[in-house]
Design a protein around this ligand. Sequence first.
Ligand SMILES: Nc1ncnc2c1ncn2[C@@H]1O[C@H](COP(=O)(O)OP(=O)(O)OP(=O)(O)O)[C@@H](O)[C@H]1O
Ligand SMILES: [Mg+2]
Length: 251
Amino acid sequence: MTTKPILISRNMSVGYNGKPVMSQIDFSLDAGKILAIVGPSGCGKSTLMRVLGGLDEPLAGMCELLGVNVEESNAQQREATLRRSGFLFQGSALFSSLTLRENIEMPMREFLGISQLQIRQLAEYKLALVGLAEAMDKLPSEISGGMAKRAGIARAMALDPEIIFLDEPSAGLDPLSSTRLDELILKVRESFGTTIVLVSHEIPSILRTADFCVYLDSDTGTMGAYGPPKDFLLASSHPKAHAFFSQIKIS
Ligand SMILES: Nc1ncnc2c1ncn2[C@@H]1O[C@H](COP(=O)(O)OP(=O)(O)OP(=O)(O)O)[C@@H](O)[C@H]1O
Ligand SMILES: [Mg+2]
């Protein structure tokens, strides 16, 4: 059986007000894979993630998500694509006045035509999945940063998306919490076959989780390399990506 890519980017430029931040983005990703977007701070990772997720249009080139060309699609198709995608935005916070369960229930109430009881059970299931069954009635102010990230992933998973976009999910976490989050990301993919696109600075985390990696080169303003992260670590055919991945010492 041949699998059709779930995400395709062809010679794409992304940016603001007609000015490209990043160009020549060219790759395709099969369903069920984990893609990491990496590069120096401010190079355009979040900008690219929003376009790949269908939230913003590319300045040039083509982006196809879940078989829908973002630019050529109508409002109805876009909404359907959004409904099949989940997002955890950079630095995104949970609603502070709602408990974790209520935070996860919110998108369900908006989009799922099911009873309150079913919504409650589904939200509890999603929180149990991310290891927060005990904390579901807590407010965001009563939990740790690692727990908040896990709750954010549960919220991104609320509507059983086929693909989730996570912008710096492990930023600010200690190494142990970061490792646990990587394990959660791998578990989500294994349990549901979810495709995952994540932005990360954490090289060990990328090596643990990602099948493929888009390396953004801020000097040229283009995609410097695309491939499995281990290849960039081990080989120097893409010197800048190699230098980026070689920042860590492998013991
Ligand atoms: N809404 C916006 N309007 C105009 N320019 C923007 C907007 N958002 C971001 N930029 C600019 O686009 C460039 C890329 O920003 P982006 O947030 O995508 O980078 P990043 O790689 O995600 O950075 P970081 O690693 O700090 O998260 C930056 O120069 C930024 O100032
Ligand atoms: Mg960013």
